[in-house]
Design a protein around this ligand. Structure first.
Ligand code: NIG
Ligand code: FE
Length: 325
């Protein structure tokens, strides 16, 4: 179960990735490159891009995918993004508050007003959740709160990109607003940990983004030992994590986040389903839907033990074979 992806976009940022691997730091501003390409693309091109990536996910064992908007950032471009996400993935999240778009440079508050007054009303019918990127260079705590509260008033569930690059207010804000999940969580204070541990909010960790940005990995052990529910996602997007492989994420979680193979597999399946508030998927039990993956391996440990090897033999979604090797 993928609980955090950004698949509605055009173009790629391979050059930015190569420059980063040569030493340049990641900054939220790179998102603007993808915004320009996405605005220039047709609905058909964007939908074809989502279909291609959903196919990649499925071949690697993912049956259920949440997909965010966030590379449109006008009323029309966000509305078509959430519509395409809803039609071509399983769940759609409105991330209009990704970064202030170029035409609002230095006027983030004005963009927040546009999101609240026009973008949310235009998108609410096609999305299940609201999301915002609470970060230096994106939106501060007050702006994030304004967007998330407006989304919640409109009937949307709450998610938030929190504490990815710095220890900001995002995690505590998400918990306070009853977020289904707070995502990234690379910088954790004691107050963040206490808030999460006392809540039903899931911490969604996205170590493939930290791999591709060379940023710090989150402290999964600290979260798990405090009793926080942890999900793992791939965070497929062209800027920080251009992968659709949950098996790769499981391998990273075991090697770099020190999760056990059992914890990592649980977090990538049942944990993702909890983040999506979907008790009917991500588990095999009476009453669940029977979305399952058959591996060409003697045990699930091989998902982490054999990184980069395509072990998924068959993917079944509700009795239908989606992919068979
Ligand atoms: O989840 N953190 C914000 N959003 C994406 C990155 C988007 C981009 O750089 O294009 C993420 O990592
Ligand atoms: Fe993201």
């Amino acid at each position: 179960v993928e609980s955090h992806s950004h698949l509605v976009f055009a173009g790629d940022r391979a050059g930015e990735f190569a420059a980063r691997m040569a030493g340049l730091p990641y900054a939220a501003g790179g998102i603007k490159t993808t915004i320009a390409a996405t605005r220039a693309a047709s609905d058909e091109e964007l939908a074809a891009g989502v279909d291609r990536l959903v196919g990649e996910y499925r071949r690697q064992g993912t049956t259920t995918i949440e997909c965010k908007s966030g590379y449109g950032q006008t009323v029309l471009d966000e509305a078509r993004s959430v519509r395409i996400a809803r039609c071509h993935a399983d769940d759609s999240t409105l991330l209009a508050a990704h970064v202030p778009p170029p035409e609002y440079a230095g006027r983030a508050d004005d963009y927040v007003r546009l999101v609240i007054d026009e973008i949310i009303p235009a998108c609410v019918a096609e999305a299940s959740c609201i999301d915002a990127f609470c970060e230096v260079g994106a939106f501060d705590g007050e702006q994030t709160r304004a967007v998330l509260e407006a989304g919640r008033r409109a009937g949307l569930g709450v998610r938030v990109h929190a504490n990815q690059l710095t220890a900001g207010p995002g995690i505590r804000l998400g918990v306070e607003l009853g977020a289904a999940s707070v995502d990234h969580c690379c910088h954790l204070t004691d107050a963040d940990l206490d808030a999460l541990a006392a809540s039903a909010t899931v911490a969604t960790l996205l170590p493939a983004a930290d791999f591709s940005t060379r940023n710090a990995y989150p402290d999964a052990r600290r979260l798990l030992d405090a009793g926080v529910t942890v999900a793992l996602g791939a965070d497929c997007n062209p800027g920080t994590s251009y992968t659709t492989s949950l098996p790769f994420v499981i391998a990273l979680a075991v090697r770099e986040l020190r999760m056990t193979p059992a914890e990592a597999v649980w977090s990538a399946t049942a944990g993702g389903a909890r983040a999506l508030r979907r008790p009917d998927v991500g588990v095999l039990s009476a009453g669940a839907r029977g979305y399952l993956v058959v591996l060409d391996a003697p045990s699930y440990i091989h998902l982490a033990y054999r990184p980069g090897v395509p072990l998924v033999r068959t993917v079944v979604k509700g009795g239908q074979v989606l992919s068979a090797a």
